[in-house]
Design a protein. Structure first.
Length: 159
């Protein structure tokens, strides 16, 4: 049995909600399922909030829960999370809602019980913030946007 401080506590807040679970023993994330009274149509180019019927309690502020799109939903169905990655803070106790965007030209129907997102729990470090006049230099410096691979873009250059 895991240590009591390392358990994800889950409360089902809607009738018919499914407990988050890993698809395989090697899965990093827990699948979250839609908890809908009827199928939900996400229009082409439209957005929707999909309830999961699940609320969670992370052990303490050293944990964060991250919501990711399921690859099959994005690649096969054209649904992505509206905010890229959802962040669920340790003090949030409300229902997890999954915001999706349909990037296709066809409506997408989400069925009750369909797996719609992955929930990944990770440790986080709440480092104190210190304003500095300068930062120490590194070999990379301020190089970004491909600076460690192809020629850097951003200094008035375009691809």
């Amino acid at each position: 049995m895991p240590h009591p401080e390392e358990i994800l506590r889950v409360r089902l807040v809607r009738e018919g909600a499914a407990l988050p679970q890993r698809a395989t023993a090697g899965s990093a994330g827990l699948d979250l399922s839609a908890c809908l009274p009827e199928p939900l149509v996400v229009p082409a180019g439209g957005r929707a909030m999909i309830p999961t019927g699940v609320a969670i309690a992370l052990p303490d502020p050293s944990f964060v829960a991250l919501l990711f799109a399921r690859s099959s939903l994005g690649m096969r169905r054209g649904l992505l999370l509206t905010n890229g990655v959802g962040v669920i803070d340790s003090d949030y106790r409300g229902e997890i809602l999954v915001g999706v965007y349909n990037f296709t030209n066809e409506p997408c129907i989400v069925e009750n019980g369909e797996r719609i997102a992955q929930l990944l729990v990770s440790r986080v470090s709440a480092l104190p913030v210190l304003e500095c006049a300068e930062l120490e230099d590194t070999p990379r410096g301020a190089g970004g946007f491909g600076s460690t691979g192809r020629a850097a873009i951003g200094k008035g250059e375009t691809e």
